[in-house]
Design a protein around this ligand. Structure first.
Ligand SMILES: C[S@@+](CC[C@H](N)C(=O)[O-])C[C@H]1O[C@@H](n2cnc3c(N)ncnc32)[C@H](O)[C@@H]1O
Length: 336
């Protein structure tokens, strides 16, 4: 077990290293200066910036709530508004369906359950430039909509791995790939995104659709993505960020319903700083879409109002125009 020393640590909590995800032991010796590089893990001193990645007990509770909500949504097939029988149309279609994130041609290739349960804010396979034979990992695959689309693009000799921490989402995704006849080139890993049992330098591409905003420690998730990508590999991500400052009290209230994809969102500049600091290069924003009020209302109670309470209308109104769905690509350099 690695060791960590920090001025702010609480001996009764569990901490994880942002670099390697290992559980770290808290030493009793206090350090007053938070910039003092005496946080130790992976055999190296950690700087104060690295310490941002330490997951606290609060973060772990947040993850448990998120996992519970998305798992229940998957178990119930999307909730009350969802279609429950093949061929039936959803009374309350998913955000992705309603907002035209996928083309009709793409949707015709996707089984009903994956479509009903899709909770994305973009269409990452649409701008990932996937080639046949590529190895693709989908961070937070949900019920598998993008796994199916990636598998179709990567072909039978490619491979797509869906990662999610909600067991019922993974169960749904397994059925999805069978129904879409791409089970042979797909596989799933039940894991938290900051610690995935996949080898170093494994994937050509990591895609993710409206997931990383949910994670309490984005530094740890992007470090894991960097580790898993081959040198020269790339990211194609859809996510939610804030553009500009949001009233801290409103932010606090959104954070109390973190599972809605607004509570965990951070400012766009900070988001891209994290990518840059992790080592990603050539960050290229493909599209930016500020969410309109109805989109925002739906997004903020993701995966659905039965699972995540909707924020107050005034709070939604106060962030209108400041919550942005972004789509971007970035590369892991050949040499890092
Ligand atoms: C908003 S949904 C998006 C699902 C899918 N990408 C889509 O487009 O339909 C977020 C998904 O990420 C998963 N998730 C959230 N935080 C996670 C974490 N820390 N580790 C693994 N999965 C996570 C949830 O279980 C859920 O399935």
């Amino acid at each position: 077990m690695d060791e960590i020393i920090a001025s702010t640590v609480n001996e009764n909590k569990v901490y994880y290293c942002a670099r390697c995800g290992a559980e770290v032991q808290v030493l009793k010796k206090p350090v007053q200066d938070p910039k003092c590089p005496t946080l130790l893990c992976c055999g190296k001193p950690m700087t104060a910036k690295d310490a941002v990645g330490v997951t606290t007990e609060k973060d772990m509770d947040v993850k448990e709530v998120i996992k519970g909500r998305y798992d229940a949504c998957a178990e119930q097939g999307g909730g009350e508004g969802a279609a429950c029988c093949a061929g039936e149309t959803a009374a309350n279609p998913s955000f992705a369906a309603e907002h035209g994130l996928y083309s009709q041609e793409e949707l015709s290739q996707v089984p009903e359950t994956a479509f009903t349960l899709s909770r994305g804010c973009g269409n990452p396979t649409g701008f990932a430039d996937l080639q046949s034979d590529e190895v693709v990992v989908d961070f937070g695959c949900g019920a598998g909509i993008d796994v199916v689309l990636a598998a179709q693009r990567a072909g039978p000799s490619g491979k797509v791995v869906g990662v999610d921490f909600a067991p019922h989402m993974i169960e749904r995704a397994r059925q999805t790939v069978k129904d879409a006849h791409v089970a042979d080139s797909t596989t799933f890993v039940l894991a938290d995104l900051d610690k995935i049992e996949l080898p170093d330098d494994y994937a050509d591409v990591i895609i993710s659709n409206c997931v990383i905003n949910l994670t309490p420690c984005k530094v740890a998730v992007y470090r894991e993505a960097f580790r898993i990508l081959k040198p020269g590999g790339r990211l194609a991500i859809s996510d939610i960020v804030y553009s500009g400052k949001v009233d801290p009290q409103v932010l606090d209230r959104f954070q109390s319903t973190w599972a809605g994809c607004v509570g965990g969102a951070i400012e766009e500049d900070t988001y891209f700083e994290i990518l840059h600091d992790t080592g990603f290069a050539d960050i290229e924003v493909v599209a930016r879409h500020p969410l309109a009020s109805k989109e925002l209302e739906e997004m903020a109670c993701c995966p659905g109002p039965e699972f995540t309470p909707a924020p107050a209308k005034e709070d939604i109104a106060s962030v209108e125009g400041k919550v942005v769905s972004i789509k971007f690509r970035a590369n892991k350099p050949e040499r890092s």
